[in-house]
Design a protein around this ligand. Structure first.
Ligand SMILES: *Cc1c(COP(=O)(O)O)cnc(C)c1O
Length: 354
């Protein structure tokens, strides 16, 4: 940090994204991207006439896309907020709703960006421990009088909480905003979007980065009460009113029209998830039950750091953290069958090498 930077960032530790090697020499199972390309309709939407309009600013209200998302979820356009990736949605959530009087709570093992945003805004925070087997205990969040962020399915564990449990958390914190981060909801989980009409304090965040094969387009969104969406809008128009670019909006609108394609891809991912977990179980690995496009797994014979490095040396990238409670685990993105076969083959080699 230079002498020019504000002292208020002295204690800030930035988020470290997963490695993004630009030469694709790896089987890349480290950042939960889809192995499938965007749908053909997305390619068609990114056409010359849309490119020719790049001299014009995009619609700051993103009306076409918000209408489509509203129709998809059976809500009004006023219940939809667009963000430049759901990371930006998280940023706006922390900025808009949390302060010294309204601390934020999230699980101690969850998405690594939550503590970063809490630090960025110097927020009092409660990092609530998970229980045996990385299970989230809903009672830990009921009536706590704090804003709450929960990833469901959780990252990096893949575990879920039920809609009924989420409803209890939302219901018992009526004066605080609750964000359920559903980045991985379309791989077998049950969304709580249906609760939005009932609770003014609920925001449900989703993203085009995983299920919809559009990580490079950077688009996230929230479904929530008009009240919360208006608050987020205020922050958006105070930071970057054109936060979604024209090409991404065109691509996303086409992606929504291709829902069947992505649902089919998700089915394949879920099959490959079961296939990979079964293959690992044969090798003695312990894998948490996952409803996401990744699995969280540990090998009793090989320490997590060594497994990560050995896989990387063999051309397979997975994700692993130094944090003590999870340092023995690797998070493995579920790719196509060929990628998972290579992954399993390399794991077998590593076990043989001892
Ligand atoms: C991937 C991920 C995000 C961020 O997604 P983007 O839309 O690409 O910014 C947010 N939350 C969780 C839990 C994630 O895993």
């Amino acid at each position: 940090m230079s002498r020019f930077m504000s002292r208020r960032f002295d204690g800030l530790e930035a988020y470290v994204p997963g490695e993004q090697p630009q030469d694709m020499q790896y089987v890349k199972l480290n950042t939960n991207e889809s192995p499938f390309p965007p749908s053909p309709a997305v390619f068609a939407a990114l056409n010359d006439s849309e490119t020719a309009r790049l001299n014009l600013y995009p619609d700051p209200e993103g009306r076409v896309l918000r209408q489509k998302l509203a129709a998809l979820y059976g809500v009004d356009m006023e219940n939809v907020f667009l963000a430049n990736g759901s990371d930006e949605l998280l940023n706006f959530f922390f900025m808009a709703f949390c302060d010294q009087e309204r601390p934020v709570a999230f699980p101690s093992v969850s998405y690594g960006f939550y503590p970063v945003y809490a630090s960025l805004y110097n927020l009092p925070r409660a990092e609530i421990p998970l229980h045996e087997g990385f299970r989230l205990e809903p009672a830990d969040y009921c009536g706590i009088r704090k804003n709450i962020v929960i990833a469901n399915p959780n990252a990096p564990t893949g575990r879920t909480v039920s809609v009924a449990e989420i409803e209890e958390i939302v219901r018992t914190n009526p004066d605080h905003a609750v964000l359920i981060d559903e980045a991985y909801i379309d791989f077998g989980g049950e969304s709580c979007v249906g609760l939005v009409s009932k609770y003014e304090n609920l925001l449900v965040g989703q993203t085009f980065s995983k299920f919809r094969s559009l990580a490079g387009g950077r688009l996230g969104y929230a479904i929530g009460s008009r009240t919360l969406i208006e608050d987020l809008d205020k922050i958006k128009y105070s930071t970057n009113s054109y936060n979604i670019n024209r090409l991404t909006m065109a691509a996303a609108a086409a992606a929504i029209d291709s829902n069947d394609y992505y649902v089919q891809n998700s089915r394949i991912i879920q099959e490959n998830r079961a296939y990979t977990a079964a293959g690992l179980e044969e090798l003695g690995f312990e894998t948490l039950p996952s409803k996401a496009n990744f699995i969280f797994t540990r090998c009793p014979q090989v320490e997590g750091g060594r497994l990560y490095r050995s896989l990387k040396a063999k051309g397979v990238l997975v994700r692993r953290w130094d944090k003590p409670e999870i340092s023995d685990y690797c998070r493995v993105t579920i790719g196509n069958r060929e990628q998972m076969d290579i992954f399993l083959e390399k794991v077998r080699e590593i076990l043989k090498e001892g």
